[in-house]
Design a protein around this ligand. Structure first.
Ligand code: NCD
Length: 390
């Protein structure tokens, strides 16, 4: 079981001060390593992480996340062990996450895990004695993508970042808000930093109710439906576009999916809006935008490297300037009733994984008592007949 170290399972694991520290480290790496003609792109190699090894345990496809983590570690002077898909790991032989991380921690100082199971990174963090970073767990969260999404907004709007107690950004989230894990970690940090969140989903693909409830209960945030801004001459500061998550969706979903292209951006409220996208794009983001100054998605992808370099530095305490003692968030009352999470895709309902874990919940409301699964964060009420909040 864990000894003292930091994990990044959800974006809540990083305090405001952690995020600021990580961003300052990332700025430093860009200043010292990016060539003048490509100022967003890290080149060269340091020896900050020499002697350290990072393992990437990925049971789902990935280009950006795995390569940029590996690039980050290599450019820090560390080394990597890579499992690129479930077929090349012992997951394909039926090994549980709990067993896999208790083995891999012997070989590596840091584990990055990606899994289709929601809550998988929590299980890994519970069992590993080295830091675990969530590289995406099903539809649940993708906190490191969120870090560099936020870093991109900070680089585009430095005045906002400096004065964010007084100044608000307006950000429109667009696309599949139901299944996109990048959205499910981004909304919490945007709400935490006071951003005005507007939402425009494809039909039936809105933010899940448990995410909406937490946005309201923890941050007093109620996302505003629609892309029309009333009573203001200033338009959106940013649009965050996401692809239809076909692999996680029900049949019939994904119809009438919004498309952001030059035609879409002609509307006056988008005159200055930066366009972000976690990539990969499919049909929802026009190629005609690529040369438009509002398109920042490739710059955003480039920032994945300095931000992940900074995060690795931070979690491995490799920089004397970094204070690692940031406060952990208080944990709400936990109960271990004889209940099961009602989300069939939750890691706690996977027959093999469930051998190593207990169903655990936060109580998030009373009357009716409402439980939030600590793994997948879906919520359900405890009544005579429990029902999922959908
Ligand atoms: C995202 C993911 O894997 O969730 N990709 C990424 O890591 N940049 C977004 C997506 O797949 O739509």
């Amino acid at each position: 079981m864990s000894t003292a170290h930091r994990d990044v399972v959800t974006i809540d694991d990083l305090s405001d001060q952690d995020i600021e520290n990580i961003f300052q480290l990332a700025d430093g790496y860009l200043e010292t390593m990016a060539p003048k003609d490509t100022p967003d792109r890290i080149r060269g190699k340091l020896d900050v992480a020499s002697g350290r090894i990072m393992a990437t345990l990925f049971a789902e496809p990935s280009t950006r996340t795995r390569f940029s983590f590996e690039s980050a570690m290599l450019r820090l002077g560390g080394q990597v062990l890579a499992a690129s898909d479930a077929a090349s790991t012992s997951f394909s032989k039926g090994e549980t996450i709990a067993d896999a991380v208790r083995v891999v921690e012997n070989y590596a100082d840091l584990i990055v895990i990606r899994s289709p199971l929601e809550g998988a990174a929590r299980v890994a963090a519970d069992f590993a004695s080295v830091p675990v970073i969530n590289g995406g767990d099903g539809s649940h969260q993708h906190p490191t993508q969120t870090l560099y999404d936020l870093y991109t907004l900070r680089r585009e709007y430095p005045d906002w970042w400096r004065n964010r107690a007084r100044k608000n950004l307006k950000v429109l989230l667009l696309g599949d808000l139901k299944n996109g894990r990048t959205i499910h970690s981004l909304v919490y940090v945007l709400a935490r930093f006071g951003v005005h969140i507007h939402v425009q989903s494809a039909p039936g693909l809105g933010l899940p109710p448990h995410v909406q409830r937490r946005l309201y209960s923890d941050f007093g945030c109620q996302p505003i439906p629609g892309s029309v801004l009333k009573g203001t001459r200033k338009g959106f500061d940013a649009i965050y576009v996401t692809r239809f998550q076909a692999e996680r969706s029900g049949s019939g979903e994904g119809a009438a999916y919004p498309v952001v292209d030059l035609e879409f951006l002609k509307a006056p409220q988008y005159r200055h809006a930066r366009v972000l996208h976690p990539l990969p794009r499919v049909e929802e983001l026009g190629y005609d935008l690529d040369q438009d100054p509002r398109a920042v998605y490739f710059k955003q992808a480039a920032f994945g490297v300095p931000v992940r370099m900074a995060l690795i530095t931070y979690l491995l305490s490799l920089d004397q300037r970094v204070k690692t003692a940031a406060a952990a968030r208080p944990i709400a009352s936990r109960i271990a009733p004889d209940r099961k999470c009602l989300n069939a895709r939750c890691v706690s309902n996977n027959p093999a994984e469930s051998r190593h874990l207990a169903h655990r919940f936060h109580v998030v409301a009373h009357k009716p008592q409402t439980l939030r699964c600590i793994y997948c964060e879906n919520e359900f009420t405890v009544e005579a007949k429990a029902k999922v909040l959908r």
